[in-house]
Write a protein that binds this ligand. Structure first.
Ligand code: FCB
Length: 501
């Protein structure tokens, strides 16, 4: 179980009554009152949906549905000083005593930098059509700006070629939290320049991997970086400064916009597989009498990211002093936005990548309620129906919504599964979420693919190697790979293009 961090809890309770630190504050069991809050969404759209017979156990997804699994560079690669890689904020953070539960660092993680061939064989053996990984910015541009490290680019070239040979489509995240340390020293995401440096780095990666049918994901979960790493202290760089957190929101979104611009400039070949941002979203349900608070909390959790990207404006109810809002300075936040920023952020993308782990509920004072069963990740309230609510809500609220991908969904090993390879709880979790995804597709949501988090047990940030999210077990010590029951089950789902057993 994760360790509570009272300092973070306190800091974040000051920031927002909702407490955006999903990784720390959503601990504890407890069951809230059953509240009639699940949106009733009417079916819409005429796109062919999955065929479904009476039993969800025979749910099928549309032809061409993309099945994948995801990892990120810092969490799996290891070899953090190999071949010219520079230090990232996570190297610095993990080296500080007390930051990571089990004292582990990014080395060896899952040793994927050296075992990548074996891992790609695993991907192929599961029958996956796509594999999502991230490029480590400090491997490619070790100091964050300026000189490019060819050896770093070559690693990702080999990975992409290796996937090609196995008939697997790459989905490449450009930024999954491993900011080059020199950029942090210059202010990190609180500084506008970082967005410009990101645009340059993105152009380098596009150029190196052009010609491949890569789906590009720009920034992974800007909310987590902003509120757990900048406003909070549980993730790198651990600042505990709400103004820095809000600046990190805008600058990461601007970075997304700059990457889209760079891809369009790189020409149609580089852009074949499309581009979009990866947002962690969650429905926020109102407790008794908490409709207004929940609306503002939805602003803070979801619309603060969705509206600028999809509508070209920030919501006016997400930041302020009221229950549910991010308790920061709304004027200071507004002052960060320069002319042209919102046009860049909202430039049409090809895909919206949704990462879904669970749902939230707030009371009228903005306090986060424990409303659904909590997983071994204390921040995760498991509510599969919330995925349906989220997907249909996106369809209803955003007229120009691009096609959707679910790029992360998963759960850590459940201590009740005494042998982690026999992970019945994970199978149940994945099944329940796929049922809801299928339901959403049947109701007209244009969902094109699903990636389980994660392919491998890996370095789970502040939890280190102690919390394991893989379909494939990575044995501590030997780092041997053993597919868990969930991997075998998922293999059958992929083969059947749906749920069959
Ligand atoms: C997501 C992160 C991913 C992993 C999962 C469990 O928020 O994007 O790296 O930590 O949570």
């Amino acid at each position: 179980m994760p360790r509570p961090d009272p300092a973070v809890s306190r800091a974040l309770t000051r920031l927002t009554d909702l407490s955006l630190d999903r990784r720390t504050l959503l601990r504890g069991a407890g069951v809230a009152a059953a509240l009639g809050v699940v949106a009733a969404c009417s079916p819409r759209g005429s796109r062919p949906g999955p065929t479904r017979t009476a039993s969800p156990s025979s749910l099928r997804f549309p032809d061409g549905f993309r099945w994948g699994a995801a990892t990120s560079a810092f969490q799996v690669e290891g070899s953090t000083t190999a071949d010219g890689r520079g230090p990232s904020i996570w190297d610095t953070f993990a080296a500080e005593p007390g930051r990571i539960d089990d004292g582990s660092t990014g080395d060896p993680a899952a040793d994927h930098y050296r075992r990548w061939e074996e891992d790609l064989d695993l991907v192929a053996s599961l029958g996956l059509g796509s594999y999502r990984f991230s490029v480590a910015w400090p491997r490619v541009v070790p100091t964050g700006s300026g000189a490019v490290n060819q050896a770093g680019l070559d690693f990702y070239r080999r990975l992409v070629d290796g996937l090609r040979r196995r008939g697997v489509r790459p989905a490449v995240t450009l930024y999954h939290w491993d900011l080059p340390q020199p950029l942090q020293d210059a202010g990190g995401w609180a500084a506008r320049d970082t967005a410009e440096r990101f645009g340059e780095y993105a152009a380098v990666v596009f150029d190196a991997l052009a010609g491949e049918d890569v789906t590009w994901l720009t920034v992974n979960e800007p909310k987590t970086t902003a509120f757990v790493g900048y406003a909070g202290t549980e993730h790198a760089p651990g600042l505990g400064d709400v103004d820095a957190g809000l600046a990190a929101v805008h600058h990461q979104l601007l970075a997304h916009g700059r990457a889209v611009q760079a891809l369009r400039a790189a020409g149609p070949v580089a852009a074949t597989g499309g581009i979009g941002i990866a947002l962690n979203l969650q429905p926020v349900y109102p407790g008794i009498g908490a409709e207004e608070t929940a609306r503002r909390a939805d602003g803070a959790e979801n619309r603060l990211y969705l509206d600028p990207v999809l509508l070209g404006r920030y919501p006016d109810d997400a930041v302020g002093d009221l229950p549910g809002q991010v308790h920061g300075d709304a004027d200071r936040f507004a002052a960060l936005v320069r002319e042209g920023d919102l046009e860049a952020i909202s430039a049409p993308a090809d895909v919206l990548a949704v990462q879904y782990y669970g749902a939230a509920m707030v009371d009228r004072y903005g306090a986060w309620q424990s409303a659904f069963p909590t997983s071994a990740a204390g921040w995760q309230q498991v509510h599969p129906e919330g995925l349906y609510d989220l997907l249909t809500r996106l369809r209803d609220d955003y007229p120009d919504l691009p096609p959707l991908l679910i790029t992360e969904n998963g759960v850590p090993d459940d201590p009740a599964d005494t042998d982690p390879v026999h992970d019945a709880a994970r199978v149940a979790f994945l099944r329940a979420h796929l049922e809801q995804a299928g339901r959403a597709v049947a109701d007209g949501v244009d969902l094109r693919g699903y990636y389980a988090w994660s392919l491998l047990d890996n370095f789970e940030w502040a939890r280190g190697m102690s919390q394991r999210w893989g379909l494939v077990r990575v044995e501590p010590g030997t780092l041997d790979r053993t597919p868990k029951d969930s991997a075998r089950w998922y293999q059958r789902v992929v083969a059947a293009n749906g749920l069959v057993d």
